[in-house]
Design a protein. Structure first.
Length: 142
């Protein structure tokens, strides 16, 4: 997982279905780019958008900014593929995953746990962030 120590002053949202915007995103000058698989993508385009985002993460130079992916909501059938596919095929290029429409702390815990399992299975190097310290109940301090 990429780690960048930089200010978070500007953030650019890029629809995963828009190839032209994906190509321009890494050099657009934003501190953070989030590649959107959720609201900016029509339902019929969700699967292709996920493939586009994975290709963009792997094929482009993201060293000038932090990069995140906004997954589809946990209450949709696209969510699990968003997390699993993005993490398994491009997790080492990703700084964070944005979780939309969180209803309770367990939603964040679910995504964090799944990410940790994929990182361990794929041997993706991560840096431990203070917010990720686990307490005795296994829940992160979010």
């Amino acid at each position: 997982m990429a780690v960048k120590t930089r200010l978070h002053r500007s953030e650019l949202a890029v629809p995963g279905s828009n190839l032209r915007m994906l190509e321009k995103a890494p050099t657009a000058g934003a501190d953070v780019v989030f590649l959107d698989l959720e609201d900016a993508v029509a339902p019929d385009d969700k699967d292709q958008a996920r493939k586009n985002v994975i290709a963009a993460l792997n094929d482009m130079d993201w060293s000038a900014c932090s990069v995140a992916v906004r997954i589809n909501g946990l209450d949709t059938h696209w969510c699990y593929r968003d997390i699993v596919d993005v993490m398994e095929f491009a997790g080492d290029k990703l700084d964070s995953i944005l979780i939309p429409k969180v209803n309770r702390p367990d939603d964040v815990y679910f995504v964090a746990t799944l990410m940790e399992q994929i990182e361990a299975a794929k041997k993706i190097q991560t840096s431990q962030h203070p917010c990720a310290d686990r307490n005795s109940h296994g829940h992160g301090k979010y």
